[in-house]
Design a protein around this ligand. Structure first.
Ligand code: NAP
Length: 285
């Protein structure tokens, strides 16, 4: 099986390529340099020349706040680029695994979202990712849509890295406590995606590390496990207005994952621990 992974220079794409390579599967990772999603002809040319059996589509415009001012570009990458990729997959008969987000939901209430619950993205990025989902579903039968949230991985910036950096200069950090969701460690997710892409259990799934928390609880756990003395002062998100509105409820139900027989990811606290060890290892010469 020959697999193309988009977004190899990002957090998730990097770990997907590594996981597939470790399993001895033929894989090629691409970024915007060799696979510009805003250029449908270039996408098609690449696809027809490489001819993958399957694509794990991790690449996206991910700057959630900037997207509010760059709507056209965000849409071109996440909706237009995904459409172009899905068209090529259809032409080649390749399966497509599209990575999506909790931001496709409105984020109200407290119940975990089921995969088919009503959508209602609250920001440009969420609308662009939902449009990507719709293109995939319209064009293909052999697809997986996997919604994830609060991503952290070794290959890029993320909440854990920001918190650790801020802890070097702050004894107390204020962090919002009224947005609830689940962190997702790219290394754990890559194991599931590598399993999934080799099946024909097509459909829509939610996949994050297990357990729910607020950003404030997430930060407190990072500081506890990292052994730094920084404490967390929980605040409401109204104290931290951002350009893009964030959902308060990002809880995602794993029912479809369970029903298809896929294994859930480990608990998020366990993932944080392993990530901190990995970060420490790469810092040492
Ligand atoms: N980060 C989160 O918290 C989060 C939460 C929910 C869902 N997701 C989804 O998870 C996936 C992976 O996220 P991530 O955090 O790993 O992303 P990331 O680290 O921000 O990396 C984004 C990747 O997309 C590529 N890319 C951006 N614009 C492109 C373009 N025009 N053409 C081709 N490639 C382009 C980048 O390549 P270059 O380096 O060449 O620009 C990079 O490899 C995305 O689909 C994202 O929407 C992320």
């Amino acid at each position: 099986m020959k697999i193309l992974v988009t977004g190899v220079t990002g957090q998730l794409g990097h770990d997907c390529v590594k996981e597939l390579e470790d399993r001895g599967i033929e894989v090629r990772g691409v970024s915007s340099r060799d696979f510009p999603l805003t250029e449908p002809d270039a996408v098609r040319r690449f696809m027809l020349s490489y001819r993958p059996d399957a694509v794990i589509h991790c690449a996206a415009y991910t700057a959630v706040d900037r997207a509010e001012e760059e709507e056209a570009r965000c849409m071109a990458v996440n909706a237009g680029g995904t459409r172009a990729l899905a068209e090529s997959c259809r032409e080649l008969g390749a399966k497509l695994l599209y990575i999506s987000t909790d931001y496709v939901f409105p984020g109200d209430g407290e119940k975990p979202y089921e995969v088919n619950d009503e959508k209602g993205p609250q920001n440009v990025y969420g609308r662009s990712k939902l449009a990507g989902e719709q293109a995939v579903q319209e064009l293909l039968d052999a697809y997986f849509i996997v919604r994830i949230s609060w991503v952290f991985g070794l290959n890029g910036r993320n909440f854990i890295r920001t918190m650790l950096q801020l802890s070097e200069t702050h004894d107390v950090l204020t962090v919002v406590d009224d947005q609830i969701g689940s962190p997702t460690y790219t290394r754990d997710l890559a194991v599931l995606l590598a399993d999934m892409i080799q099946t024909d259990a097509y459909g829509v799934y939610h996949a994050t590390n297990e357990g729910f928390c607020s950003w404030a609880e997430f930060a407190a756990e990072i500081f506890r496990q990292a052994g730094c003395g920084t404490s967390v002062k929980p605040v409401s998100s109204s104290a931290y207005p951002t350009k893009a509105v964030r959902p308060k409820n990002s809880r995602l139900s794993k029912r479809s994952l369970d029903e298809a027989g896929f294994l859930r990811l480990p608990r998020w606290q366990d993932a944080v621990g392993r990530y901190l060890i990995e970060l420490d290892t790469i810092k040492k010469p």
